[in-house]
Design a protein. Structure first.
Length: 247
């Protein structure tokens, strides 16, 4: 198998990345439904649907804006608007979805934390999506800088590069099983599971950005790294509490 992996079936080119992206949404949602049936959800079905709608809208806007700021174009035209619509980032989607949920909860006056039930389905969805990113090689901006390290791979341009999508899958697998293991110990604090996921994943992405060939920086940091910092600031009370309990 060569990368980018672009099979043709009956003369029709298959977009593997798009298929896996849809599969990620489908399986992630089915996993969420299965978990909710097994869990006593304090949030009513109507409010949960409102929260999901807020998450979808927030994720859509956040992913597009974050993707745009990775390489912003200051001229506005029909083409740039189309590019903005098609450009997306999982980091912006996660943080935008978080803000969308919080706004929706304010509107419907829901007090209970809603994130824990989404944690494992989100991790599963990201992992499936990253398989598609890896198979697209350099055609998807999840590849790394050139390297002579043992993990380096030819992702389609003849150079050995860091396979960042694979690094992320390995990290998410570790995070998935780690959170599963500690879940029973943190159940008393509703919402902590999701917060730990966000802090861990955004921390990983902050570090991995240093081996991505980014072209746009602000104060030597990429837009994704600035988003990671914003996320940490948002969860600063949780960070302080975790450090206090650890000391």
């Amino acid at each position: 198998m060569t990368i980018p992996f672009e099979p043709t079936i009956f003369g029709i080119p298959i977009n593997v990345h798009l298929i896996l992206e849809y599969l990620a949404f489908f399986l992630g949602y089915r996993y969420y439904v299965w978990l909710r049936k097994k869990t006593h959800d304090k949030i009513s079905t109507q409010n949960r649907l409102s929260i999901i709608l807020g998450a979808i809208l927030g994720a859509f806007l956040g992913s597009r804006l974050s993707g745009y700021f990775e390489n912003p174009i200051l001229t506005f035209s029909a083409k740039t608007m189309i590019d903005l619509f098609n450009t997306k980032s999982i980091m912006g989607g996660l943080f935008g979805g978080l803000l969308g949920v919080e706004i929706a909860k304010k509107i419907i006056r829901e007090k209970h934390s809603s994130g824990d039930l989404f944690t494992f389905p989100i991790i599963l969805g990201i992992m499936i999506g990253r398989v598609g990113c890896f198979l697209m090689g350099i055609k998807e901006f999840t590849y790394g800088t050139k390297t002579n390290f043992i993990t380096g791979m030819d992702l389609g341009d003849g150079f050995t590069r860091h396979p960042i999508a694979l690094y992320e899958i390995v990290f998410l697998l570790f995070l998935f099983f780690s959170l599963k293991k500690i879940k029973k110990y943190i159940q008393k604090e509703n919402g902590l599971l999701f917060k730990l996921f966000m802090l861990s994943y955004f921390g990983f992405r902050f570090c991995i950005e240093f081996i991505k060939p980014n072209v746009f920086y602000t104060l030597y940091l990429s837009s994704i790294q600035w988003l990671c910092i914003i996320c940490w600031i948002y969860y600063l009370p949780t960070l302080k509490k975790l450090m206090k309990n650890a000391s």
